[in-house]
Design a protein around this ligand. Structure first.
Ligand code: BMA
Length: 840
């Protein structure tokens, strides 16, 4: 199956379709685990090799009896020559396109051969790129300095950009039949596409049209029947329309109305009602073709209106401005064929559980499989969908531009009936890169003014011409946005007054975490902070001697140069040095969660000036130190638990600055609420130093300061190193949000140490739970169960002195109470520091 000198690969080996070569090599025992230790650095030859797939398949008389027999490829990765019975039928050159090849004349009854020859995307492109007058700046040259001949081929190849290496992912340039192949037969006609166009949607009426493209092989009269109804329930009306088909593609539009429709809402704003639609095309009495889909009915607007402070940037769904709470999503695996619907569901459910209502599908990966969007539809997670351009400049030329245009049509028509998709965005960071990045500056200076102009023109043609037009024509109507971040050329990208913004001074430029509170963007689509995945995850790729941030393995599982040291350097600004590697790992998660909490709560407090907070990043594509809040194995980091709290619909968010504390409440609720804020100043053993209770009326969708505490007055008789504030917000007698304020960083406080946490595990009310109690303040309490796969309902929380917290546990069926009792481990913040620390 390969053209390589490796002896073990001169034979044919079984391959899985859909799949890619590395996962077959792994399955067939020909390579070690690509994620183990630094194996990724040793397996680069796979992407430098040509590979061949072959199979035989049977065609029976019934198949061959049809007028048309097509081979349909849902995705070929990437440069592929396809042969049927040794006849060339297709040359593919874009991973994101779907291909349909008529093969009736080539197939014979009985056994037929199919051969797909993949050419290394790197090796085959290098000579072509070398022959160009200039080489475009790319992400992968910046990251992979050891790149073959150091030539970036990625800008010229329509293939998942992250596979060339990213600052959170290994370089695995895959090849293979990565999406399904099938044989499709048809006679007089086939439905090429079925789509429900949402014209105008409101609570009284949904004005829709059923749009059909029908490919006919001969002139004939057809009757189109459209049936529709709620997803769960009987289908109601049938609409019939007859039409005269001509050979070729015929389009028909059948208008329809649904009175008092049940609308689809994002998570937190209402239910996710959906409808089903079916189309049947009859010639005479026979159904010649049919198709079905389901969708949700909703109106969508990207509102950008002049305001006092610039221009707004907010998503308005069914007339409701939605504060977007969420995170950026990257591919779920370096090898896309390993991602199952269960993995998507697990992580999207975690997003919903953390009160997220939006994910941004970042442009450096691949267009997700249908199940991803089905789950987003079901869970009410809005999708900011990018075209797959991750940061490389783009070439021009008709061939490349047509390929992207076709790719965009394929993907937009595949995905346009998903109500969750509310934005198509041209690319990630190409515009801001061109304006702001050092490597682009060097490039600009290295080429002629005419070439520089051409590179920019090629950018504008693609992202403000071709893609704008594809989305307008096929997009259902969903708004288009040229680049993230940008201000649609009305302002420079990364503006604080217009468009969306990525903020990376915290982290990449080592700015203080508190700088998050000095940003006032209209919509923050990226900001992030790294941490390590938990020890169980690390042990899956590292040996005991690797457990050091400077080891080759731990450096390899950190793709952002200097990232491990960066975590440590930030850590030492707030905390004492952790006592060992496991403590460092734990503390890195606490630090990340605390940092993003500062940013997220600040952004929410700026509502409605700011209308979105998407932190970088939700997930990982392999086990690694990264900005993710959920690791590769689906395990929640501290940040995911924190997100559940800081993204809750109603939060109390005290903001300490300039010697005072402004006590905000932020509410995303559509109804006003009455509540009370209970404020306590406590010492670390739980003694109440002062307290007050205030009734509050919380308007719908609001952020406001309810009162301000002067630190001087408040702490008149108390030691700021030994006391802290607790804010508890209750609505209708129910506790809904808690927040703590300390008066210094953790390493300057006299935190109690060691803290003894009493723990019991019980089996009551039909499930396991753990109850924790401490006589002194215990911060960032982390409950784990060794190698047992136990999911805790909450974790990394603060345990107030004397207060009992019960956490529900989710375990695999075989786990017993005794195992839980002997496996439970509980640590809190000060356990991470050496015993000799001055804390007491
Ligand atoms: C962002 C993203 C990614 C990158 C991340 C972390 O700007 O768009 O390109 O992984 O930064 O550096």
């Amino acid at each position: 199956m390969s053209k390589t000198d490796r002896a073990e690969l001169q034979d044919w080996h079984p391959a899985q379709v859909p799949g890619v070569v590395p996962t077959d090599l792994l399955k067939d025992g020909l390579i070690p685990d690509p994620f183990y230790r630094d194996n990724d650095t040793k397996l680069q030859w796979i992407g430098l090799t040509d590979w061949e797939y072959r199979t035989t398949f049977q065609a029976d008389a019934a198949t061959l009896g049809h007028d048309h027999v097509d081979l349909v490829f849902e995705g070929l990765d990437t440069y592929a020559d396809v042969y049927v019975n040794d006849q060339a039928v297709l040359h593919a050159d874009n991973m994101f396109r779907r291909w349909r090849v008529p093969v009736k004349g080539i197939l014979k009854s009985g056994a037929n051969t199919l051969r797909v020859v993949f050419h290394s995307p790197i090796e085959s492109m290098i000579p072509k790129v070398k022959a160009l007058p200039y080489i475009l700046p790319a992400i992968s040259t910046a990251i992979n300095t050891g790149n073959e001949e150091n030539i970036a081929t990625s800008p010229y190849t329509r293939k998942a950009p992250y596979q060339y290496g990213w600052d959170w992912g290994p370089r695995y340039v895959t090849e293979g039949i990565w999406r399904p192949i099938r044989v499709e037969t048809w006679d007089a006609l086939r439905i090429e596409n079925f789509h429900i166009q949402q014209q105008t949607i409101n609570k009284t009426d949904a004005a829709l049209s059923a749009e059909l493209s029908i490919e006919a092989s001969r002139a004939t009269t057809a009757n189109v029947e459209i049936t529709y109804g709620p997803l769960s329930g009987a289908a109601f009306p049938v609409l019939r329309q007859s039409m005269q088909l001509v050979p070729g593609v015929n389009r028909i539009s059948v208008p329809l109305h649904i009175a008092s429709p049940k609308l689809w809402y994002p998570n937190g704003y209402g239910a996710q009602d959906r409808y089903q639609f079916a189309a049947a095309v009859r010639t005479g009495r026979d159904v010649a073709a049919n198709a079905a889909l389901q969708t949700g009915l909703r109106s969508i607007e990207l509102r950008r209106e002049q305001t006092k402070t610039g221009k707004s940037f907010e998503f308005v769904v069914n007339g409701i401005p939605v504060f977007a709470k969420g995170a950026d999503v990257i591919p779920f695996d370096s090898f896309p064929n390993r991602v199952t619907p269960e993995i998507h569901r697990q992580i999207l459910q975690a997003a919903r559980d953390a009160h997220m209502n939006m994910v941004r599908e970042w442009g450096g990966g691949y267009y997700e499989s249908d199940d991803f969007y089905d789950i987003c539809d079901e869970l009410g997670i809005l999708v900011w969908q990018e075209f797959m351009f991750g940061g490389d400049m783009v070439p021009g030329g008709a061939e490349f531009q047509n390929s992207v245009k076709q790719e965009a049509i394929d993907q937009v028509t595949r995905l346009r009936d998903h109500p969750s998709i509310v934005l198509w965005c041209g690319n990630n960071e190409i515009e801001t890169g061109w304006v702001h990045w050092g490597d682009r500056q060097i490039f600009k200076e290295s080429v002629s003014p005419a070439d520089r102009e051409k590179v920019w023109t090629d950018y504008v043609v693609l992202f403000h011409g071709i893609l704008t037009q594809v989305v307008a024509q096929y997009g259902n109507p969903v708004p288009y946005w040229g680049s993230s971040p940008s201000a649609n050329f009305e302002n420079p990208p990364d503006s604080q007054t217009d468009g969306d913004m990525h903020y990376w001074q915290v982290w990449h430029a080592l700015a203080p975490i508190e700088m998050y509170e000095k940003q006032f963007p209209r919509f923050m689509s990226e900001y992030g902070f790294q941490s390590f995945p938990e020890m169980r995850t690390i042990r899956a790729f590292a040996t005991p001697e690797d457990l050091d941030i400077r080891s080759a393995t731990m450096r390899d599982h950190q793709k952002n140069t200097g990232g491990n040291e960066r975590i440590l350097s930030y850590m030492l600004r707030w905390y004492p040095e952790p006592k060992d590697f496991a403590s460092f790992v734990y503390l890195s998660q606490v630090l990340q969660a605390e940092a993003i909490k500062v940013g997220a709560e600040h952004l929410r407090r700026q509502m409605p000036n700011t209308m979105g907070s998407l932190y970088w990043q939700l997930n990982d594509c392999w086990p690694v130190a990264s900005w993710a809040s959920i690791d590769y194995f689906g395990r929640w980091k501290a940040l995911q638990y924190y997100a559940k709290r800081f993204y809750d619909d109603v939060v109390v968010s005290p903001f300490r600055h300039d010697g005072k504390v402004d006590v905000f409440i932020v509410s995303d609720k559509l109804q006003p609420q009455n509540g009370t804020i209970h404020t306590r100043l406590l010492d670390f053993s739980g003694k109440v130093l002062s307290e007050k209770t205030q009734d509050v009326q919380i308007p719908a969708q609001s952020s406001a300061v309810y009162f301000t505490l002067e630190q001087k007055e408040l702490l008149a008789d108390s030691d700021p190193k030994k006391s802290f504030l607790v804010f508890d917000l209750a609505v209708s007698g129910q506790q809904v949000s808690r927040n703590l304020i300390f008066f210094d960083t953790m390493h300057n406080l006299d935190l109690p140490k060691p803290v003894k946490i009493e723990t019991s595990v019980d089996n009551s009310n039909g499930g396991y739970s753990a109850t924790l109690r401490s006589s002194a303040l215990a911060r960032s309490v982390f409950v784990s169960f060794g190698e047992l796969d136990v999911k805790t309902e909450d974790n990394y929380f603060d345990l107030l002195p004397g207060e009992a917290v019960t956490v529900k546990l989710k375990t695999p069926p075989a786990v017993t109470l005794d195992q839980l009792k002997s496996g439970i481990q509980v640590i809190s913040l000060t356990d991470a520091f050496p015993a000799s620390e001055t804390m007491h």
